[in-house]
Design a protein around this ligand. Sequence first.
Ligand SMILES: *Cc1c(COP(=O)(O)O)cnc(C)c1O
Length: 397
Amino acid sequence: MKLASRAEKLKPSATLLITAKAKALRAEGIDVIGFGAGEPDFDTPENIKDIAVSAINDGFTKYTAVGGIDELKEAIIASLSEDYGLDYDKSEIIVSCGAKHTLYNLTQVIIEEGDEVIIPAPYWVSYPAQVSLAGGKPVIIETTEESGFKIEPDELKEKINQKTKVLILNYPSNPTGATYSEDDLNIIAEIAIDSGLIIISDEIYHKILYDGITHTPIATLGDDVKNSTILVNGVSKTYSMTGWRIGYSAGDKAVTSAMSKLQGQSTSNPVSISQMAAVEALMGSQDDVSKMVREFEERKNYITKRLNEVPDVRCFSPQGAFYVFPNISRFFGKGYDGKEIENSVDFTEFLLEEAKVAVIPGIEFGSDDHVRISYAVSMEDIKKGIDRIEEAVEKLE
Ligand SMILES: *Cc1c(COP(=O)(O)O)cnc(C)c1O
């Protein structure tokens, strides 16, 4: 059958290839350590699950308002106000089927054919894909560990032209774990506002921060910035609720209303039961969040230290999220078994074959010098996995 050109824009992912290979190895009975996970390994907290069970038993199992129930919108407003002093009206909030869906709706309603969208790399894989699907042109700004994986103001200015409509920010970042300070954001905001850009601010890892670092949403930096920003968040990462599919945005009323119309003609409301659970996540005890973050921080400290001790690996120390993004480019040109490693996909295949460790090649995130390792796995597996990586790279020559 002849596909629409829209469908042809969708690229197959290198990650799927690696995941399939890892699966095949596991089927052979080989114990593969999986560092690919993009979700917390903890169970959803008990209080949240209990509310969901009650919602089912109480028959809260029908369609709801398209953009989410009032209780959840109120909980989102309350949490943004309590955490950050941000003030939103219900008409500025929409709940969708995960933050990925929020971003999809958002890109569909604000990006037109030919609009340029600035995306700092390394980026979350779905940004360029969603921008392209909306007919926009992703304009990538490369960043490296030298600048802490942050965009340089001058480079941002250079990329902006008449066609630039949107700047996408993600802090703390997947895949680098880097985040922006208030000072960094002030500089970026000023440039974006001067050029009349819309800022999409993906803050899904806002609570997963280390070393006493605090999170500042860019929307807190003044009314102008707030009016130009759509803040995107969700419960997936903070509350270990990836499967529940609840994401949301806060921002411009007209944009929110357009997203709601699109959602009304596509998915309708997010799952009723999950919405009730999300109210509890936001309003109930936050003790489990602190516990999870403390555990992540221990793993982060361990994995960063260990990786930096591996010869020829350089690993930026993340400030948030649950990934490390080590630079493995010093292995390029080296080989094993007659095969030469030339890029992040080759290195990923090498690790899978020789170390029985699965990671994600950096090229997926727009940087071929790196691989992404998720530490949303047990400390025991982290130790075993890093031991194996250390041993395997010794074979490279
Ligand atoms: C996981 C993730 C999302 C989407 O999460 P949902 O499960 O769809 O809410 C969005 N942005 C980034 C950077 C992520 O890592």
